[in-house]
Write a protein that binds this ligand. Structure first.
Ligand SMILES: Nc1ncnc2c1ncn2[C@@H]1O[C@H](COP(=O)(O)OP(=O)(O)OP(=O)(O)O)[C@@H](O)[C@H]1O
Ligand SMILES: [Mg+2]
Length: 353
């Protein structure tokens, strides 16, 4: 019996780009799956296929027990979606936007009003509730869009990079909202580039790259796969990075990662405190002054580096969000997701009146 979100062998190509190259996952009811991957990995494409916005070339998808390819309309009634690009109506106020969504889902006007009020409070938008959304900041739009996805509480939710662009306080608050939602039984598929977010929220994580799932498991399982602890050294002088790296190589069990600007070197090791003492002695013998040294458990960042050979967030920054190292287009080139246009005008008029 498949879980609340089930995908088998999903393939989607755009010209010669294989955005999805045979993706499988199965999300048990009431749990959170984190789809983690760099720009262009195929996260949004997966979400769009599962939410009926895009038809996969091949494969099977079942959401809330309904076949996505055979009965898309039925699926739409059982899911909520917060897309990567906030889809709010610029000319309506925050409150009107939320009331409109309630009306689209056939809520009574009074109930839609009450629900809108609750969500505006929950998402820190109460003060701006009666201003047109076009006057909102990026983070406010993002929050309004997320609130809109929660007007009704569908059994299955999809959130595509829900906290991108939110400040730390709002990100924390959204995490709390998500936790409450899931403890109430909602099944959630969440995409993110923030490893910390997946660590925090997801029961299971699928790491995707080039349209394929390259690893899956709980955060702890993924961390365990990357081996034991890490020695982290911060050298005092930038010129000493190369020698320190050579020293670490002598003790390590893999590649040294170097962060030039912070003069920090990281190396996977086995051997614990005893080995740490040896590293310190060797660095001292070579005359390398250190500002900091320690042992730590692997993080999801380490998992990412060992699986994909690069950091999730760095790639996005280095490529300005337009093209990645392999020339694949990324978010700046995509069109925002727009649906429900037909009913929208009608509900808009109602909400504004
Ligand atoms: N409508 C489209 N037309 C052409 N290519 C597309 C289209 N949508 C996605 N792609 C390509 O498919 C690949 C996967 O894109 P997708 O949006 O799924 O990535 P993503 O993991 O969501 O990335 P990001 O982190 O940047 O949001 C990319 O190479 C992208 O350029
Ligand atoms: Mg995306």
């Amino acid at each position: 019996m498949p879980g609340a979100i089930y995908a088998e062998g999903l393939v989607k190509t755009f010209g010669d780009v294989r955005a999805l190259d045979g993706v499988d996952f199965d999300v048990p009811e009431g749990t959170v799956l984190g789809l983690l991957g760099p720009n262009g990995a195929g996260k949004t494409t997966a979400v769009r296929c599962l939410t009926t916005l895009l038809r996969p070339d091949r494969g099977k998808a079942i959401v809330a027990g309904i076949d996505v390819l055979k009965n898309p309309n039925e699926v739409r009634r059982s899911i909520g979606l917060s897309g990567q690009f906030a889809a709010v109506d610029e000319y309506l106020t925050g409150r009107e936007n939320l009331q409109m969504v309630g009306r689209l889902y056939q809520m009574k006007a009074k109930d839609a009003k009450v629900r809108a009020g609750e969500l505006l409070e929950q998402f820190n938008l109460a003060d701006a509730a009666d201003r047109p959304a076009k006057t909102y900041s990026g983070g406010m739009r993002r929050r309004l869009d997320l609130a809109a996805a929660l007007v009704v509480s569908p059994p299955v939710m999809f959130m595509d990079e829900p906290t991108t662009g939110l400040d730390p306080r709002n990100r924390q608050q959204l995490w709390e909202v998500i936790k409450r939602l899931v403890s109430g039984g909602t099944t959630l598929l969440l995409t993110t580039q923030y490893l910390e977010e997946a660590d925090h929220l997801a029961h299971d994580i699928c790491v995707v790259d080039h349209g394929r799932v390259i690893a899956r498991g709980t955060s702890d399982q993924l961390k365990a796969r990357t081996g034991g602890e890490r020695v982290e050294v911060v050298v005092h002088e930038r010129e000493h990075i190369a020698t320190a790296s050579e020293v670490l190589r002598g003790f390590g069990k893999g590649e040294t990662t170097v962060e030039e600007h912070t003069r920090k070197l990281t190396m996977p090791v086995t051997g614990g405190a005893k080995l740490l003492a040896e590293v310190i002695r060797e660095l001292d013998t070579r005359g390398i002054e250190i500002d900091d040294i320690g042992l730590r458990r692997p993080t999801l960042d380490d998992v990412f580096i060992s699986l994909t050979g690069h950091l999730a967030e760095t790639e996005a920054e280095e490529n300005g969000g337009v093209q990645d190292a392999k020339g694949r287009k990324t978010k700046a080139k995509q069109e925002p997701v727009q649906d429900k246009d037909k009913d929208k005008d009608k509900a808009k008029k109602e909400a504004a009146s």
